[in-house]
Design a protein around this ligand. Structure first.
Ligand code: ADQ
Length: 532
C-alpha cells in the first residue's frame, strides 16, 4: 500500500515537472512525447512481442563506492528513451558489462533486474575479454568504422585481426539475443555501429525475427565505402535487418548508393526499400533530439542563472561576451578548427580583444588511440598559444575545461554563452547544437553551426559556416557576437520552434510506430514474405 502511494506521488511529481518543462519552452511548445506516453505507445504498438534491445553501452552500471555498490544510470537521453521502452515492454537489454562492480550483482547468466528498487526489465551483461577482444573490437569500432563513416581525412585502420574481433563480439551479442528470445517471436532493436553484423547471425538462425537497427553516425559515400575491405559483409549485416534508421536523408541516400554499388539488389526509391534474396529492408530517417523541455526547464530555473554567475566570477570573466564549445575530444568535432578561427577573429578584429572569452569544454575520449592523444595535445597547445598571444593573467582568451560535466553542470554554461560554436567536420546529428538552443529560454544566444552536421538540416536559422574555411568561420563567430539582439532573438525563436517539436521520446516512438505500420511487429504479416 505504502509503495503504491509512493508510486502515485512519484507519477504526480513527474507529471507536474513535465508540465513545467513544457511551459518553459514557452510559445514554441508542441506535443512532445513524455516518457509515460512513450511507454504507453510501446505497450500498444508492441503488444506481447518479446523485445530485445542491444547496445554496446549498458543503461545501468554498478560501481564500487565507499558505502557499497552504487548504481549509476548511463548518461544521455538515448539510454533514458530506450529505458522507457524496456520498462514498458519488459524487454531484455543486452549490453557489455564494463563497470567495476557489474559482475558482483548478476546471476550466473550475467543477468540483473533493473531499475534498482523498481525492477521492470532484465539487463543481461556480456563479458568481453578485456585484453584481447575488447581492445581489438574497440579499436575496430573507433579506429576503423568511426573514421570510415566520418569523412574527415583521418585514415581508417583496416586490420584483419580487429575485424575478426568485431565479428566475434557481434556473434556473442547475437547468441545472447537468441537466448533471450528463446523460441518466441521477437523484435530486436539494435543500436549503432558496434553491432553492424549482429543481424546476419540472427537472420541465419531465426528468419522470422523482426530486426531494427539505428545507425547513429553518418553513412559514407560510395567512393569512401569502396575502400573498406569488408564492405559486403557489413552491408549484408545491415540488410539482414527489416528496418535501418539514420538521422538524415543524405546518409540514407548514401546507404542506398553503396548497396547499389556493392550488391545485387533491387532498390525501390519510391518506398525507400531494398529487396534482396526475397527479403525487404526499409530505410528511414529519424532525426534524434534531446529532451528540449527538460533542458528549457532547467535553464529557466533560478539556480541555473546563479550557477552561470558563479562561473563568470570563478573564471574572472567580468562582463565579456562568451563563446562556448562543448564536445567529446574527437577529431570529427572540429575543435582545433574553431580555435584557429577564433585566433583569426582576434587577429583581424582587434576591437574584440579583451571583450570576449572562449570556453571550450572538451571531455577526453578514446584516449587509447593515437589520433585522440594527438588531438588532445593539439587542443592544449592551441589554447596555450591563444592565451600567450591574446590573454592576460587575469583574463585568459580561452578556458579549456577537460572534464566530464553532468547534465546540471552543463546547463549554466549554455545559459552563460552568448555564442555556441558547433564546428563538426562531419556529424550524424550533434546534440550539443540542439541542447544549446533548448537552453536559450531568453533567446539571448546565437548558434554558429557547421553545415556538415545532421543538425544543420533542421536548424537553418543558425549562422552556418564551414569549419574547413578559417576566414568564414571566424567571420561567422564575429557576426554572432555582434548580431543585433532583435535578429538574434528572431533566429533563436525559430530554432526553438524546431527543437520544441521533438525529443528523444518522440524519436523512439516514431521508430516503434513505423515498426507497426511496416508490419514488423511479430504476429503481423511480414512485408515481402509472398515473394520469397
Ligand atoms: P556524439 O559523437 O557523442 O554522439 P553528440 O550528438 O554531440 O555527439 O552528443 C554528445 C553528448 O555528450 C551531448 O549530449 C553533450 O551534452 C554531451 N557532452 C559532450 N561533451 C561533454 C562534456 N565535456 N561534458 C559533459 N557532457 C558532454 C553520437 C553521434 C552524433 C549523434 C549522437 C546521437 O556522433 O552525431 O548526434 O550519437 O545519435
Amino acid at each position: 500500500m505504502g509503495t503504491a502511494k509512493t508510486d502515485v506521488a512519484k507519477r504526480v511529481r513527474r507529471a507536474l515537472t513535465r508540465m513545467a518543462s513544457r511551459q518553459a519552452l514557452g510559445s514554441e511548445v508542441s506535443d512532445q512525447t513524455t516518457p509515460d506516453e512513450l511507454a504507453r505507445a510501446a505497450r500498444s504498438y508492441l503488444g506481447s512481442a518479446q523485445i530485445v534491445i542491444a547496445s554496446n553501452r549498458e543503461p545501468y552500471m554498478h560501481v564500487k563506492a565507499p558505502s557499497g555498490i552504487e548504481v549509476v544510470r548511463s548518461p544521455g537521453g538515448l539510454a533514458s528513451a530506450l529505458d522507457s521502452v524496456a520498462r514498458a515492454t519488459g524487454a531484455t537489454w543486452i549490453a557489455q558489462g564494463a563497470a567495476d562492480a557489474d559482475r558482483l550483482v548478476v546471476d550466473e547468466e550475467g543477468k540483473v533486474r533493473v531499475p534498482p528498487g523498481n525492477e521492470r526489465y532484465t539487463l543481461k551483461r556480456l563479458w568481453i575479454e578485456p585484453e584481447a577482444r575488447e581492445l581489438e573490437y574497440r579499436r575496430f569500432c573507433n579506429g576503423c568504422l568511426w573514421p570510415l563513416c566520418h569523412i574527415v581525412y583521418v585514415r581508417p585502420h583496416f586490420v584483419a585481426a580487429q575485424w575478426r574481433a568485431y565479428q566475434e563480439v557481434n556473434e556473442q551479442f547475437a547468441e545472447a539475443i537468441l537466448a533471450a528470445i528463446g523460441s518466441k517471436p521477437g523484435l530486436v532493436l539494435l543500436q549503432d555501429y558496434h553491432l553492424g553484423l549482429c543481424a546476419s547471425v540472427l537472420r541465419a538462425r531465426r528468419p522470422d525475427l523482426s530486426i531494427i537497427m539505428f545507425w547513429h553516425i553518418p553513412w559514407p559515400n560510395r567512393e569512401v565505402f569502396r575502400t573498406f575491405p569488408w564492405r559486403r559483409e557489413l552491408l549484408e549485416g545491415l540488410l539482414a535487418c527489416d528496418l535501418v534508421g539514420f538521422h538524415i536523408q543524405y546518409h540514407a541516400n548514401n546507404f542506398l548508393d553503396t548497396v547499389a554499388q556493392e550488391l545485387e539488389a533491387q532498390i525501390d526509391h519510391e518506398r525507400f526499400a531494398i529487396r534482396r534474396r526475397g527479403r525487404k529492408t526499409f530505410v528511414r530517417t529519424y532525426p534524434i533530439s534531446p529532451d528540449a523541455a527538460e533542458i528549457s526547464l532547467a535553464a529557466s530555473e533560478p539556480w541555473a542563472a546563479r550557477a552561470a554567475d558563479q562561473i563568470r566570477e570563478q573564471l574572472g570573466l567580468g562582463g565579456v561576451k562568451i563563446v562556448l564549445g562543448v564536445d567529446r575530444l574527437d577529431y570529427t568535432k572540429g575543435i582545433p578548427e574553431r580555435m584557429v578561427a577564433y585566433k583569426h577573429l582576434l587577429e583581424t578584429r582587434p576591437e574584440l580583444r579583451g571583450q570576449v572569452s572562449f570556453i571550450q569544454i572538451g571531455v577526453p575520449s578514446r584516449v587509447d588511440l593515437p589520433e585522440y592523444q594527438s588531438l588532445a595535445a593539439t587542443v592544449e597547445e592551441l589554447a596555450v598559444r591563444l592565451n600567450q598571444r591574446f590573454g592576460t593573467a587575469e583574463r585568459p582568451a580561452i578556458h579549456l575545461i577537460t572534464r566530464n560535466l553532468g547534465f546540471r553542470d552543463l546547463i549554466p554554461y549554455y545559459v552563460l554563452a552568448d555564442v555556441a560554436v558547433v564546428s563538426a567536420l562531419h556529424d550524424g546529428m550533434n546534440l550539443v547544437a540542439k541542447e544549446y538552443v533548448a537552453a536559450k529560454v531568453h533567446l539571448d544566444g546565437a548558434l554558429v553551426l557547421s553545415p556538415f552536421t545532421g543538425a544543420a538540416r533542421e536548424l537553418d536559422q543558425a549562422i552556418q559556416a564551414s569549419p574547413y574555411d578559417t576566414e568564414a568561420l571566424a567571420a561567422a563567430i564575429g557576426r554572432a557576437l555582434t548580431m543585433d539582439p532583435a535578429e538574434r532573438a528572431r533566429r533563436m525563436r525559430s530554432m526553438r520552434e524546431v527543437v520544441a517539436g521533438q525529443n528523444i521520446y518522440d524519436w523512439a516512438r516514431k521508430i516503434l510506430r513505423d515498426a507497426r505500420r511496416l508490419h514488423l511487429v511479430p504476429g503481423a504479416p511480414r512485408p515481402g514474405a509472398s515473394s520469397r
